[in-house]
Write a protein that binds this ligand. Structure first.
Ligand SMILES: NC(=O)c1ccc[n+]([C@@H]2O[C@H](COP(=O)([O-])OP(=O)(O)OC[C@H]3O[C@@H](n4cnc5c(N)ncnc54)[C@H](OP(=O)(O)O)[C@@H]3O)[C@@H](O)[C@H]2O)c1
Length: 271
């Protein structure tokens, strides 16, 4: 596994697994919980250690149980979860503490590697309450790293006004349909690590451009796409229910794209 160093001196794997449909009927995001975490079991068995969940996925508990059941030492994992922005979760500091404690309990762990604010919180008092409690939990060793998700530059500037700990990560959408490159460049300049959600979204044309590039390396379009992102400093969390795709995604880390192919991958932006 390749690791990237964050602005707080810790490291995170460059590639992890998303989980937003794990443990659910028909592998559907809004499906009823059915306790089927076989996709996560297979990912862990294959070597995935970064696992991305969220309170809004309703599956923290199943993720925690599956991680525990693997028998692999806790410190080998990198667990990420997220607090939703809605008032019910963020109305005051005591509520936020309860939410964070619930995540710790659901994930059956003494600490969470990365805790994110899932989406921008417009109300400045609530944003401040959440961030200050997250900082408090870093101080207590219950969270190692704190960050945000779906934040714009303006959202980050708002946080900067009072944050004593700078966010280490901003998890945003990035894929060939919408790379979000300008924002990614700014984040890298500000030393905030971009992490790409929804990384596999592609058009048929884009897959064909990526497949062509992959031919020279014996790699698929998906592997070229993931390698393109990690090679330019973006952490990826593809999600798959298919063990073959999970394996292929992991194996995107065992080759390097030439400078020319890096440029071509970006060009696959054309639909
Ligand atoms: N912060 C946020 O607001 C936010 C929003 C959305 C998602 N997320 C996180 O990001 C994770 C990833 O995003 P996502 O689940 O929406 O979408 P995704 O990972 O971009 O795409 C998942 C789809 O890609 C397919 N796939 C995966 N690997 C493949 C491969 N090697 N070849 C061909 N197809 C492949 C999967 O099909 P198979 O199952 O058949 O392989 C599945 O249909 C989520 O699970 C969640 O943890 C965060």
């Amino acid at each position: 596994m390749e690791y990237v160093r964050l602005n707080n001196g810790t490291s995170m794997p460059y590639l992890g697994t998303g989980t937003n449909t794990y443990g659910k009927e028909n592998n559907a995001y809004a499906g009823d919980l059915n306790g089927d975490f076989s996709a996560l079991e297979s990912a862990i068995e294959m070597g995935y250690r970064l696992i991305d969940t969220a309170i809004s996925y309703r599956n923290e508990e199943g993720v925690g149980k599956t991680v525990k059941k693997s028998g692999i030492p806790r410190e080998e994992f990198y667990l990420t979860t997220k607090i939703p922005p809605q008032e019910e979760y963020t109305k005051d500091k005591e509520t936020v503490r309860q939410i964070l404690d619930q995540s710790l309990s659901n994930l059956q762990t003494d600490y969470i590697d990365l805790y994110l604010i899932h989406k921008p919180i417009e109300d400045e008092n609530r944003l401040r309450a959440v961030w200050e409690v997250m900082e408090e939990y870093v101080g207590k060793g219950k969270i190692k790293t704190i960050g945000v998700s779906n934040f714009t530059e303006q959202d980050l500037n708002k946080l900067d006004e009072f944050a004593t700990i700078k966010p280490a990560v901003n998890q945003i959408k990035s894929n060939p349909v919408e790379w979000n490159n300008e924002w990614i460049r700014t984040m890298l300049e500000r030393d905030i690590r971009p992490q790409a959600w929804g990384p596999m979204k592609t058009t048929e044309k884009q897959r064909s451009v990526l497949s062509e590039i992959g031919e020279g390396y014996g790699k698929s379009w998906a592997q070229v796409l993931l390698r393109y992102q990690t090679q330019r400093g973006i952490v990826v969390i593809p999600k798959s229910h298919d063990p073959e795709n999970q394996k292929a995604n992991l194996e995107s880390l065992d080759f390097l794209l030439s400078d020319e192919d890096m440029k071509k991958s970006l060009v696959c932006k054309i639909n």
